[in-house]
Ligand binder design. Structure first.
Ligand SMILES: [Cu+2]
Length: 150
């Protein structure tokens, strides 16, 4: 019997351990003639800052392109909030955020916008977004602002 096969043992190749992170799961089935998802707006990479002061937003009026991120920066010494005009209080905003995940729903409660904190939201749907701080204003008066998304 020959027992000289040992020489072949050195030929192992150790590259078979690829991690398999192929991008194949992002492929979308094409060939259909309805275009349901093709018009989805994505973030455009632009970021615009709104300063949250005591007690106003600057700028008060802001016009942005759809897909822009607006970053609210609390530069004041007090808590503020950012409530869409459709809600009356932090509690109503919390409920709205919990029950409606459409892209037009946004805002942040005062306990999460203390001095030095930031809140960012990417506006993915054109429209007019009036907002206010319920501590220092009411819709359209006092501490309020408007974002127009085009
Ligand atoms: Cu305020």
């Amino acid at each position: 019997m020959k027992s000289l096969l040992v020489g072949f043992a050195a030929v192992f190749v150790v590259v078979g351990c690829g991690d398999g992170t192929s991008l194949s799961d992002t492929s979308v089935s094409s060939g259909s003639d309805d275009e349901v998802v093709s018009d989805a707006v994505v973030p455009n990479g632009q970021v615009v800052d709104v300063q949250v002061l005591d007690n106003s937003y600057r700028p008060l009026d802001l016009t942005i392109e759809v897909g822009t991120e607006v970053r609210f920066d609390n530069k004041g010494r007090n808590e503020h909030n950012i409530l869409p005009d459709v809600v009356k209080s932090d509690a109503e905003l919390i409920e709205l955020l919990a029950t409606d995940d459409s892209p037009t729903v946004w805002g942040v409660v005062s306990t999460e916008l203390t001095p030095g904190d930031e809140y960012s939201h990417v506006f993915l749907e054109p429209g007019v977004y009036p907002y206010y701080c319920s501590i220092h204003g009411v819709p359209g008066k006092g501490m309020y602002g408007v974002i127009v998304v085009e």
